[in-house]
Ligand binder design. Structure first.
Ligand code: TYM
Length: 325
């Protein structure tokens, strides 16, 4: 039995990058009866960038609704908000004392974010330690994430090994990332990695007319309509390739190469493909967004299950560290 675990920050509504890079592959893994899945909303992590409580509440709801919209079976598995299980912050403190300062100072994601953001706070710096706690608290084996999280997973293993060395036994389980190299980093509207912080993302749950406006913003070159175009360097084609069927992709590729097919046509095809492939998730998402008490009770049920497991680990850790007998 493998334990799968992953989380999404509640710093915005989930976008296509989160969905294709993390949510959909994680749900696929969760369907294997041999696996037990732990999916959570990293609302504490979102505080590193988002300070507004009302916005956070709305984003938490949207993320929870997305997991359910893509078919996550919350009854068989475990589904919770990180902030409601206080063992996450407790373990993060213990682990921070096993984390060498240079490991955090050299983290690529911290360096990148601290160059871009005005608010470079201590939470942003210790972000990977809280992430390690999220994983190690539940003895997780496999962590499906996007490529940008690879270093955080290496740090998690390193921190766990340091703790186990002190304990003299393998109290914390070393996890493995699972990264779909085909998906890697989903491009955003401008071709950079799709990200909330780059404002280049596609929210697939927008009403059709708004989604259409967003898709129109995808950057393309200025090749005239009549001329052939290079599908492999075009962002619309890349996004279409991640969603459409192999036959549909081949048809679009031929259209690009033949000429007489404009980027406007490709964007319309991408919109139609999204509306078709995501019709059911869009329906379920809207259902949960309008049924707050139902969503809340699903999360509360998950939080009870998560807490019980987290407490087993924390009891062992406290004992090793001399905080309990
Ligand atoms: P977050 O919310 O930034 O990203 C959530 C997941 O989405 C993936 N992702 C992408 N994948 C492909 N292409 C993209 N453009 C793209 N953008 C985002 C991310 O790789 C990630 O898997 N630190 C985590 C949240 C977290 C976590 C954890 C994950 C907190 N604790 C424990 C796993 C285990 C994060 O980056 O969230």
């Amino acid at each position: 039995m493998a334990r799968i675990l992953t989380g999404i920050q509640s710093s915005g509504r989930p976008h296509l990058g989160n969905i294709l890079g993390a949510i959909a592959p994680a749900i696929e893994l969760s369907k294997d009866p041999k696996n037990e899945s732990f999916f959570f909303i990293a609302d504490l992590h979102s505080l590193t960038s988002l300070k507004d409580g009302g916005e956070r509440r709305a984003f938490v709801r949207a993320i929870a609704a997305t997991w359910l919209a893509f078919g996550f079976d919350y009854k068989k598995n475990v589904f919770w908000r990180q902030s409601r299980v206080q063992e996450h912050t407790e373990l993060a403190w213990y682990l921070s004392c096993f984390t060498p300062f240079p490991m955090l100072a050299n983290a690529t994601s911290f360096k990148e974010k601290s160059e871009k953001l005005a608010d470079v706070n201590a939470g942003l710096f210790t972000y990977p330690v809280l992430q390690a706690a999220d994983i190690l608290l539940y003895n997780a084996n496999i962590i499906p994430v996007g490529k940008d999280q690879k270093q955080h997973l290496e740090m998690t293993k390193d921190i766990a090994s340091r703790f186990n060395q002190l304990a003299g036994e393998d109290i914390l389980v070393l996890p493995e990332p699972q990264i779909d190299e085909r998906i890697m980093t989903i491009p955003g509207l401008d071709g950079q990695k799709m990200s909330k912080s780059y404002h280049n993302y596609i929210d697939i749950f927008l009403p059709e007319n708004e989604l259409k406006k967003v898709i129109k913003k995808i950057v393309s070159d200025s090749t005239p309509l009549e001329e052939p175009k290079d599908p492999d360097s075009d962002i619309t084609f890349k996004l279409y390739s991640l969603i459409a069927s192999p036959a549909e992709i081949e048809t679009m590729r031929a259209n690009y190469l033949n000429g007489g097919y404009g980027y406007g046509h490709a964007k319309q095809a991408l919109l139609e493909c999204m509306l078709e492939k995501f019709a059911e998730p869009r329906r379920i998402f809207n259902y949960y967004m309008e049924n707050d008490p139902e969503l809340e009770s699903i999360l509360v049920e998950g939080e009870e299950k998560a807490r019980a497991i987290a407490q087993e680990t924390i009891v062992k850790v406290r004992k090793v560290l001399g905080f309990s007998s």
